[in-house]
Design a protein. Structure first.
Length: 333
């Protein structure tokens, strides 16, 4: 019997309309367009401005695009996995809220907290559900409303992050395409360099936690940067080596969009020219779990069945990893 792999059979994405430009940020904190562009590669990011809207509201249009394009009844979805660090609420999971909003009444689901690796870790989980043979349609979502946890008086973090959502549908395949390998890592000793201090069981919300701004992202950028450059490049090179993939064999690198300099270092290490690297950090900034599926969404019309694609990310936790995908379809133009 042919081996069952998990194939990505559809992609959806969504970014909110409102653009927060570098020029806008110049009026909020002591920064400038030139510094932001040269140090990060970012020109603008999208922000979900509407009151009363949350990560699930970003995810809904991304998933609806998949349902529409695949002519898929939401009742056919078996499972929804949402990678996010900005869930609508601490509990229940955003996956539950999303399932209800899209009418996926037969699905179960849960959230994965893996920061910038939220999509990769969720994808690996979904892949194994499909390969088990038990589940036929799994939605994997990467979504973050980072503006909910960004301190817009902190110039070292507010220039980086944006809001967005991307989603993929996983289905079983027997044609040897799909997700073929993964290398995923965590190192909890990195917690101190990138985290949110309060709101969890360690330091529940109080007046003190609010006044001392402990509900925002805390990042020691330089240290994270060093680990990210090494971590993302290492796993990307390793996944190529152990699968005998040369740089000619790789059609695309889909890197987490945290900093243009980290993306360049990873592509160099893999021996890839820039035209094989998906880059939208200039327009969306770092949308945490959404960066990788947002790239797949924007580039899907250029992807061909059989393309070897490497997804790679590094983020808080620390978490990092790379996934090898052999693309499963060519979009009809
Ligand atoms: O996605 C999750 C994982 N996160 C990452 O991968 C992020 C990794 N880190 C980074 O991308 C970079 O470290 C940052 C973009 C956050 C910062 O860039 P950097 O080149 O590491 O800058 P730095 O923190 O070393 O700061 C250099 C200088 C400092 O001034 P002095 O001390 O040299 O006078 C900062 O105060 O730049 C100053 N600076 C700024 N200047 C203008 C810091 N932020 C800004 C700013 N505008 N927004």
């Amino acid at each position: 019997m042919a081996k069952i792999t998990a194939a990505i059979t559809a992609v959806g994405g969504y970014v909110p309309e409102y653009k927060l430009t570098n020029k806008d940020l110049e009026t909020i904190v002591d920064t400038n367009d030139e510094w932001i562009k040269t140090r990060t590669g970012i020109s603008e990011r999208r922000i979900l401005k509407e009151a009363g809207k949350a990560s699930s509201d970003l995810a809904v249009p991304a998933v609806q695009e998949i349902l529409r394009n695949k002519n898929l009844d939401p009742l056919e979805i078996d499972c929804i996995i949402v990678g996010t660090v900005t869930p609508d609420m601490v509990f229940p999971a955003t996956a539950n809220i999303l399932a209800n909003k899209i009418g996926a009444k037969n699905a179960w689901g849960f959230d994965v907290s893996a920061a910038c690796c939220g999509f990769l870790f969720s994808l690996e989980t979904g892949v194994n559900f499909i390969q088990s043979g038990k589940y036929k349609k799994v939605l994997v979502v990467g979504v973050d409303k980072m503006s909910a946890i960004v301190d817009y008086t902190d110039r070292t973090t507010c220039i980086i992050f944006g809001d967005g959502a991307g989603a993929v549908l996983l289905e079983p395949s027997t044609d040897e395409t799909g997700i073929l390998d993964s290398i995923l890592k965590t190192d909890g000793s990195g917690v101190e360099f990138l985290h949110m201090k309060a709101g969890g069981s360690l330091e529940p919300a109080s007046i003190e936690t609010v006044t001392s701004k402990k509900h925002f992202i805390y990042q020691e950028g330089k240290t994270v940067f060093k680990h990210a450059v090494a971590g993302m490049a290492d796993v990307s090179a390793e996944i190529m080596e152990r699968n005998n993939l040369s740089s000619e064999d790789v059609a695309w690198l889909v890197p987490h969009q945290a900093n243009m300099r980290i993306i360049d270092a990873t592509a160099n290490r893999m021996g890839l020219s820039k035209d094989k690297v998906m880059i939208n950090i200039n327009r969306y900034g770092n949308t945490t779990a959404a960066t990788i599926p947002l790239c797949l969404w924007e580039w899907q019309n250029q992807l061909k069945k059989g393309d070897n694609i490497i997804l790679a990310a590094f983020g808080g936790g620390f978490t990092w990893g790379a996934i090898w995908v052999k693309w499963s379809y060519t979009t009809k133009k």
